[in-house]
Design a protein around this ligand. Sequence first.
Ligand SMILES: Cc1cc2nc3c(=O)[nH]c(=O)nc-3n(C[C@H](O)[C@H](O)[C@H](O)COP(=O)(O)O)c2cc1C
Length: 181
Amino acid sequence: MKYLILICLFVFQAFNTNAQTMTNNKTLIIYFSHSNNTKQIVEWIQEKTKADIIRIEPETPYPSGYQETIDEMSRQNKGKILPPFKKVDINIQEYDTIFFGHPVWDMRLPPVVRTFLRNNDFSGKTIIPFNTHAGYGTGKSVNEIKEFAPKATVMEALSITDSNVKNAKPEVEKWVEKVLN
Ligand SMILES: Cc1cc2nc3c(=O)[nH]c(=O)nc-3n(C[C@H](O)[C@H](O)[C@H](O)COP(=O)(O)O)c2cc1C
């Protein structure tokens, strides 16, 4: 009986330490998602980390139709337009580690994501990028995060094809454990 209690105590302690590592309240998730693939990844990261979340939302939403969204994105990219985003209540200065998610658009960041990076101070933060895409990968998006948040430390990105998102929970959980340890 004495041994059983000791084993239980040991298991509880080990589990508790792990839980504390995964619930660092200085971790934030910032993301943009147009058709909610990236949002699904966010939900799994949040389940694991209990981090706070900021969803980047353009003041004028992108159109719902695919071609219309492509056209609007192309207009913004060509014109180097940084479309405004809705104000958020969370102060990112309270966080050290930031999971940063977005879809890959035109092999780059969506324009409103560039605006968000340009208008916030990421000095001294660690940015952990993740993205979803239709099969062509991360493209220039990580380089753009570095360009628009020059004083942050930017890690390698987790990149998931949109058609694989629904099966990606184990991969996401493993990745979260790896990057936070
Ligand atoms: C405007 C637009 C541009 C896109 N450009 C690319 C691209 O350059 N490369 C790619 O692999 N997928 C591209 N895609 C596909 C999306 O990245 C992919 O479906 C992603 O999972 C969508 O994420 P979301 O549901 O979080 O918005 C594009 C989609 C849209 C709507």
